[in-house]
Design a protein around this ligand. Sequence first.
Ligand code: NAX
Length: 328
Amino acid sequence: MKIVVTGAAGQIAYSLVPFLCERGIFKSEEKIDLHLVEIPAAMERLDGFVKELEDSAYSTVNSINTHDNIDAAVENADWCLLVGSIPRGIVFQGKEIKERSDLLQINGGIFTEQGKAIGSKAKDNCKVLVVGNPANTNALIGYHNANNANQSWMAMTMLDALRAKAQLSMKLDCHVDDIYRLAVFGNHSPTMFPDLENTIVNGQNAYEQINDHSWVEDKFLPKIQKRGAEIIEARGASSASSAARAACDTVKAVEHPTRSGDVFNAAIMSDGSYDIPAGIFSGFPLLSDGNGKIEIVRDFSLSEFAKSKIAITANELLEEKDLVKDLI
Ligand code: NAX
């Protein structure tokens, strides 16, 4: 199994790579060849991380390789986890990146190059998970530049779903494992919409058990939509351990069949389901058969409230798409 992780000297990768080396994440029991990718300036930091990975003596790992060039890294890859990107607020080529449109253009350049490399060099059944923000639109750019219909491209919305499960379990005093069919629709941004109207807890509808629409609209929704900012405020840095857990959970969800009656969360190319326009990467409730087939679960019923929220997040994705139209 060849597993590629970009942004490998960053804070998410520091937790993510050890998680991926745990037993049982991948379906195949083949040993893992890790291919860790960074920009040239971060290679020394990456070498330090590699020493720690060596010292962990994982029985699941066959080799650990580092690259400052995406083309060599993705040759015959089974999985590519695209974590590396340029964050907002950083000074890049002498200019502070403040605007979402600038961020989209700069990261667009990264995902254009990575998409082309993956499309032409990675395996035809390669799975790609984009974590680096703006994740949905980076995935859209990568997907178009890969131009390989057999590969599966996804952007990460699992963290939003895990955050929603955690808040719901506290509200209903249940275990997170008792929660089924919780889906996050739309963009991985503060417009995302985590739906509870189709969620089942201990066999019963979660929204009916809560029986308080104002809690859902005024407490739960803003809590999940702004949770990333809450973590930054408290920690002085963005979510890393939880983001790594979510990325690893996404890999596991794709590698194994979805448990009966449940869904898993990621953003994939919309086919128009739930009136989300085709041609953008949106969060959907998904099913995996554990053999590489991922499909949208289409039997969620959405209230006018849910539809209005989904329209907002879908519109934001259309606006982002328009900002990168020259890259796709
Ligand atoms: P860090 O800044 O700690 O690490 C990013 C790393 O990527 C750096 O080491 C940098 O050198 C590297 N990098 C930049 N360009 C690269 C390229 N072209 N090739 C390879 N490596 C490259 O950020 P970290 O906290 O690890 O976050 C990584 C990304 O995840 C950010 O874009 C962040 O916004 C995003 N997130 C996405 C989440 C999601 O749910 N989809 C949640 C967490 C996180 O905010």
